[in-house]
Design a protein around this ligand. Structure first.
Ligand code: TRP
Length: 73
């Protein structure tokens, strides 16, 4: 069982996508969550999710610190 810290994603614009990618031999999108400005998603990496892709302007808070993703300019 994979247990990990939570990460927190805070959208800084409408229409930010948080995309979960599958763990295992093939890496595919399995879930897309759309956040509007100010909305927060709290998520973990799990036995099903090995990576996340964040599209749009957002703050991504992790145990390693905070990073911002940028929207299209
Ligand atoms: N069913 C997914 C899982 O257990 C739910 C999930 C967890 C998820 N973390 C995620 C979906 C991050 C999108 C992004 O893995």
């Amino acid at each position: 069982m994979v247990q990990s810290d939570y990460i927190v994603i805070k959208a800084k614009e409408d229409g930010v996508n948080v995309i979960g990618l599958t763990r295992g031999d093939d890496t595919k999108f399995h879930h897309t969550e759309k956040l509007d400005d100010g909305e927060v998603m709290v998520a973990q990496f799990t036995e099903h999710t090995s990576a996340m892709k964040i599209r749009g302007e957002a703050e991504i808070h992790t145990a390693n610190g905070m990073i911002t993703s940028e929207g299209k300019k």
